[in-house]
Design a protein around this ligand. Sequence first.
Ligand code: G1P
Length: 305
Amino acid sequence: MVSRIRKAIIPAAGFGTRFLPATKAQPKEMLPLINKPSIQYIVEEAIASGIEDILIITGRNKRAIEDHFDHNIDLEYFLKKQGKWEEYEEVLKIAKMADIHFIRQKEQNGLGHAVLCARCFVGNEPFAVLLGDDIIDNPSRPALLQMIEQFRTHGKTVVGVQPVLPEEVSKYGIIAGKRIDDHIYELEDLVEKPDPDKAPSNLSIVGRYIIHPEIFDILGETKPGRGDEIQLTDALRVLCRQQGMQARILQGDRHDIGDKWGYIKAILSFALRCDDLHDQLTAFLQEQAAFSSNNKNEQPPAEEW
Ligand code: G1P
């Protein structure tokens, strides 16, 4: 069996209901963070982590994603003619990123079902899954690479986790396990979106997975769970019992861009890093804070427990 992680799946078939009407006719994965659609950050993370082949699982209304990663001959010709070389290089680079393939998920039966659609693409080797709602910002050490390094050493399925506030546990898959070193947990269980009083920890799965291919047989038999959907977490729970599993506490700023506030925070945080936006944005935010009556202190970041 191949132990290198060469293939990644990016599920992108959801309706994006939390961003309606913006997502009525365009995929939520194409909503921009400054000047790049959010899915490009995910693809770039995969490539920076050594992934060679990417399968994006799409649904209806997702043509824009395919167009984005394809050549746009008219635009390339126009930019060349105008001598806009920087823009030309940027546009060309996107079309030349890793080998990107697409498949349609014909029914919206949940994340587990979306991953099952990738069975033929993956074959019999361990693979990565990156969810588009989670941007994990770590310019020096991509989140997926942190997990791949762990997989190389330990060889077990790995889920990426970070602590969340207690009131947020019911929005995520939550793990139970024993810490075996600074960033690694040996898993005992996983629960999809538990009630806060039943959560085994506050370590939430943050949309990054490296999974052994035996998951596909399990997914084929997984019954609909939470939300009447086939949940990847439910299948991982079975895989964990069969083969053992680990979690990796990911280093990086996590932005849940499936949520409006998470999306705004991601834009602000990226804009603060842009040389041409930093000063203007800082001045604007200071001005707003001075005049706003809503500038109450945020809660401190969550600690693990
Ligand atoms: C999915 C997973 C969940 C995970 C989350 C991360 O949930 O089912 O376990 O914690 O992504 O974003 P969704 O956000 O699709 O409801």
